[in-house]
Design a protein around this ligand. Structure first.
Ligand code: SD4
Length: 293
């Protein structure tokens, strides 16, 4: 068997990663593995920051961002602020096949999904609505950090044909402004893949991740000879310091990376769970901690 590998953000990715590993073992494509992994997370209503069950924006509407990138061709597709669509990742992957119109936002993205036969459904669950109502009541009394409890599923896969693919999907920050877009659908910030080098994906405060174009920076460092772990360390920790020095603060974020050998790396400034499997290792859930600065 040729080598393969997959890595994805947060504990929520694990069941999807198990399914993706099976696909990769059976010689399916990295693209299919990424889409399957992310679809599983989007479908599971317990996860409050991705797909069905995702928490809504300030107006009580679930607006989702997603992206897909094929590391062989650099083809990319993305949606932002899409509503009522069951699998934003699948819309993003479909858009990646377009040379034009590959990144759609808001009603345009939702209409495209409807026109092209993607399953539509109300993505706001009763539980998410209740959490939103409670938070709204709290916000009237005090000002809370809208970031609390928000995670993106970011997934990378390397298949037995040496192709890399990456995808992201999120409902973004709870209580975000309507129309707010994070890093997840932004090329080079939330994700990047080059099948001759490696791939990276991000989760965390999009407003800060996009200041450093961190996914592209990690892939660039791998192209310059760094291992995925060295690339994550060299891209993420100095940037956190720069943000703290020049901007006065750095939000919480975590990056994952994998190269063409199936080696992987992670850098984070929070306690960060992720899941990983390779042709040499069974699927597992691991925890990373911020490196000593
Ligand atoms: C965003 N990066 O919309 C996403 C949210 C996230 O952990 O990943 N939070 O900014």
């Amino acid at each position: 068997m040729n080598k393969w590998g997959t890595i994805a953000t947060w504990r929520m990715s694990y069941e999807g990663l198990v399914a993706a590993s099976q696909l990769l073992t059976e010689q399916n494509s990295a693209a299919d593995a990424v889409e399957t992994l992310i679809q599983k997370v989007e479908s599971y209503q317990y996860y409050k920051s991705v797909g069905y069950g995702g928490l809504p924006n300030e107006a009580g509407v679930v607006q989702m961002d997603a992206a897909f990138m094929d590391g062989d061709t650099f083809a990319q597709g993305a949606v932002a602020g899409i509503e009522d669509v069951q699998h934003p990742i699948s819309v993003a992957r479909a858009l990646s096949r377009n040379h034009y119109n590959s990144f759609l936002v808001g009603t345009g993205a939702t209409q495209y999904a409807k026109l092209h036969g993607f399953t539509t459904t109300n993505m706001l669950t009763a539980r998410a609505k209740k959490i939103w109502e409670n938070r709204r009541a709290q916000l009237r009394r005090q000002s809370l950090n809208p970031y609390d409890g928000h995670d993106t599923v970011g997934a990378i896969a390397l298949d037995q044909q040496n192709s890399l693919a990456v995808g992201t999907s999120t409902s973004g920050l709870f209580m975000k402004k309507p129309g707010r877009v994070g890093d997840s659908p932004l090329s080079g910030s939330g994700f990047y893949a080059d099948s001759q080098v490696g791939a990276a994906a991000a989760t965390g405060l999009g407003e800060d991740i996009m200041k450093g174009c961190l996914s592209y920076e990690i892939v660039r460092l791998m192209a310059a000879g760094c291992s995925p772990q060295q690339a994550c360390d060299q891209a993420v920790y100095p940037f956190i310091q720069k943000l703290q020095q020049r901007y006065g603060q750095a939000g919480e974020f975590s990056l994952i990376a994998m190269n063409t050998k199936g080696q992987w790396g992670v850098a984070t400034n929070v306690e960060f769970t992720f899941s990983v499997a390779t042709s040499q290792s069974h699927p597992q859930i691991l925890i990373a901690y911020p490196a000593e600065q």
